[in-house]
Structure formats: C-alpha cells, structure tokens
Design a protein around this ligand. Structure first.
Ligand code: F0G
Length: 460
C-alpha cells in the first residue's frame, strides 16, 4: 500500500464529559424564530443545535483550568488569584500593570474614559461594536484606518488587518497628534473576518506613532490567533513560537484591553493592561466605581485562576493549529459548495458575504440578518449578523452602510467536532441552493445602543 501523501491533524485533547443537545424540528425552529423576532441573539440557546453565535465565553475549559478553578482565592482584597493572573499577563504579554475587569468592554470603558477627551479622534483598524461605542460615549470619534483590502471580501491579502499608515498620517495632519489619545489596534480583526495584522505593519506603526508621540492601545482579544497567522505567513517567523510572537506583538504597544472570553479559553473575564503608571493609577481608581476592587475587578478569584491557565494554554502550538485548522476545514467545505465567504479564511470563524449570497436583496432589507435566520431555520445552526444592523447609526442618527454585509459562523474553541462542521456546511449549501426565494426582513423594533443585540424583525 502507498503511504498517504497528506497526514491529517487532530485535536490535542479528548473528551471527558459531554453536553447533551436538544434536537428540534423545522416547525419548532420556525416558532422559536418568530418568538425571537428573527434575531438570532434573542433565541433561547436551548433551541439551538450548533451554536456559532460567538466564540466569546463559549470555550470548553480544560481539566487544568477546572482544577485551577478550585484553588481560586475569593478574598475581597489582595486575592492570591489576582497575583497569579498579574504574573501570567506580565510573563506572556509583557505588560507591566494589570487591572482585571469582568470582560473586555469594561476595560474599553476604563481606557476610553481615562484617555479620550471630547473632540478627540481615535483611529483604529476597523471598528468593533463595543470598542467604538465606548470611544464615542467618552466624546471621541472613531476613524477607520484599516487597509482598503479589508473592506473587500474577495481580496486575499494575507494581512487584511493591517493599518494603512497613509490613512493614519492623513488623520494626524488633519487633526494634529494632540487630538489623538491613541491608535487602537486589534489583533485578528474581528469585523474584517478574523484577519491578522503583520509584525512588519506593527513595527512600522510603532515607529510612526513614536515620532508623533501617540500611544498604541492594543485590543488583544485574539492575539494568539494573530500570532499563529504570523508564524504561518510572515517571513522570518516560521521558526518562532506563538509565545515569542505574542510577546513581540505586545512589545510594540503601550497597553491593551482584553476579553479573556476568546483567546484565553474561559467563559468570563478580561483586563486592562498598561505600561504607564499614571494611567494604571487612574484605572485602579475607576475600576472600583464600575467593576469592583482593583484586585478582582468584577471577576471571582476562581475565574482569575482559569484565565491564567487559559492564557498559557492559548500559546500552545498544537492548540492553535487545531483551533484555526478547524475553522479552515469549515471554510474549505463552504468553498467546495461555492458559497461566497470572506477570504482568506479567518481565525475565529467563517464569514459569509451576504451581498454575494443574496444579490437580489438591497442592504436595507438586511441580507445578513435574513440569512442568519434562514440558516437557523434549516438546521438549528445559530450564526450572527455582522452587517448593517451591527454597524448601527452614526451619532447624527444616520445609518452606517458598511461595505461588509456578513453572516458570521464563529467557532467556539474546543467545543465542536469535524462532523459538526460538516453539518454546518451542508445546511448552508442547502440554503444556498434555494436562495432565490429568500425575501428579506423589516426592522420593527430598534434599541438605542448596540441595536443588533435586541432588534426585532418581521419577514417581508
Ligand atoms: N474587542 C473585540 C475584538 C471583540 O471581539 C470583543 C467581543 C470585545 C472587544 C468586547 O469584549 O465581549 O468581553 O466585552 N466580541 C464578542 C463577539 C462579543 O461575539 O465578537 P467583551
């Protein structure tokens, strides 16, 4: 017999406990969808078969994380678990000072309130919903400085998360560096489809911002996944470990907000990390108002323990290979079926280009929202809209019309199997075959902030 040309990879873990799922009929799903106002955020999770709503807080913890959970120190002040977390962050990310928060957006609130003044400009490599809102609530205006390629779902640039330095320079010339409290750089840009930033780009950005005295605040929510892509795609990094690459990424920035619910493999948690003592002092003052004392900041001691172990596990080469590999597997199955997805395949999920999937629907008919509803109806797979509904309205009330009108299939870490990926791709292919009869939705309730979470729709 011939030796196989290709060796499959498989997950570097096995299952010790399983969570049983409810199987539903199409009639049951239709009823659930109607009750949820055709918004997948409003479905009861119990009515979902494969939940790809988000990779946030949906990770499976390891046996080591669960053991660490039991050693959590629940002291109100000075918990041992805080010092373990602090040391882990210093070791793996290289930042000096740490303020824990209950999740990422709480850290965004702290840094926005501390650094942004009314009238300030905050350039960033594409917006993220909560990040931009906190910038706006603090009186700032977000300006997108991601490279143009990021807004084109078909462009195969290997680092679509990169900052366009000419765009940044234009912002600096127009407003002056003193109006820019920091540049916000996300590693693995969520809204662009889980696309990475290159190390060369980060280095160049550091050089530029140094010259102009501008800080870089790093949204490091998926930094280890970004590091994996750098290792795979960027010259000079093939032989570096994810751990080394992560440290180098962080070294080009002045501080970070983190949602530990992603990379760090937990269900809740986050932090603000910063190298500047004065900002740290301010953050310690503010966190007491919004979250809790500065040595727990909204997290239980056990959660801080689990985050610390999760951060170390996220640096494991085999883990990232399997994590990103599973997403790639799903993406390649979609491509085989001719389904239009954002390319290259991203780190945390597959993003379907709803404009290409449903070319007969105008953006005002919410093509991505509609498609997410149709996919749930077909198979009980829950996905999320990342298009015009998520983009929301400008401070002056006008709708944003984002170029990208996407449905996100976000893959939780260490949760689903390859067979689940097959079911997802096959169900989407079936909806794709019948796409001509899909008619769109109208919005019948719109909340004031972050409308995608609670908006309600009716079919046309
Ligand atoms: N930054 C990025 C890039 C994110 O993806 C998220 C959360 C946050 C910040 C906020 O963190 O949820 O802990 O408060 N993204 C989730 C998602 C909600 O589904 O993409 P959080």
């Amino acid at each position: 017999m011939e030796t196989p040309k290709r060796r499959s990879w498989a997950e570097p873990y096995r299952m010790k406990m399983v969570e049983l799922l409810k199987m539903t009929t199409r009639e049951e799903r239709l009823k659930a969808l109607q009750d949820a106002g055709y918004n997948t955020f409003l479905l009861h999770a119990d009515d979902v078969y494969i939940d790809l709503l988000t990779d946030s807080g949906t990770n499976a913890m390891s046996d080591r994380q669960w053991s660490a959970f039991m050693t959590g120190d629940e002291a109100y002040a000075g918990s041992k678990s805080y010092y373990i977390l602090e040391e882990t962050i210093q070791t793996h990310y290289g930042y000096k000072y740490v303020v824990p928060t209950h999740q990422g957006r709480a850290a965004e609130n702290l840094i926005s309130q501390i650094l942004i003044k009314k009238g300030d400009i905050v350039p960033g490599n594409m917006y993220f919903t909560t990040t931009r809102l906190h910038q706006e609530l603090a009186g700032g205006t977000f300006v997108d400085i991601i490279i143009d390629e990021a807004h084109d779902p078909t462009n195969e640039h290997p680092f679509k998360g990169n900052v366009d330095l000419d765009k940044l320079d234009a912002v600096v010339r127009q407003y002056g560096a003193e109006k820019i409290p920091y540049v916000c750089v996300a590693t693995n840009v969520n809204m662009a489809g889980g696309q990475p930033v290159s190390m060369a780009n980060l280095k160049a950005l550091r050089e530029y911002t140094h010259k102009h005295g501008i800080r870089i605040i790093h949204d490091m929510t998926r930094v280890a996944e970004n590091a994996y892509f750098i290792q795979q795609r960027e010259n000079g990094y093939q032989d570096k470990s994810i751990k080394e690459i992560v440290l180098e990424i962080c070294s080009y920035t002045d501080g970070a907000t983190m949602s530990a619910k992603k990379d760090a493999l937990v269900n809740i948690g986050g932090f603000l990390a910063i190298n500047d003592w004065d900002i740290f002092e301010e953050a310690r003052n503010l966190v007491v108002v919004y979250e809790g004392l500065h040595t727990y900041g909204g997290m239980a001691g056990r959660d801080m323990e689990a985050v610390a172990v999760g951060i170390a596990e996220s640096m494991d080469e085999h883990h990232q290979r399997a994590r990103v590999g599973q997403v790639e597997y799903l993406g390649n199955r979609m491509i085989e079926f001719g389904i239009p997805i954002v390319k290259p395949i991203g780190g945390h999920g597959i993003f379907i280009d709803a404009k290409a999937f449903l070319p007969h629907l105008k953006q005002d008919l919410f093509p991505a929202q509609t498609l997410a509803a149709e996919i749930y109806l077909d198979s009980g797979v829950r996905t999320m809209e990342r298009g015009i509904v998520s983009a929301g309205r400008k401070p002056n009330g006008e709708n944003y019309y984002p170029n990208l009108e996407l449905v996100r299939f976000t893959v939780p870490r260490r949760v689903y199997t390859q067979a689940h990926m097959d079911v997802i791709a096959e169900s989407t292919a079936e909806v794709f075959e019948k796409r001509d009869r899909i008619k769109g939705l109208k919005m019948v309730y719109e909340p004031k902030y972050l409308r995608f979470f609670q908006a309600r729709f009716e079919p046309l």
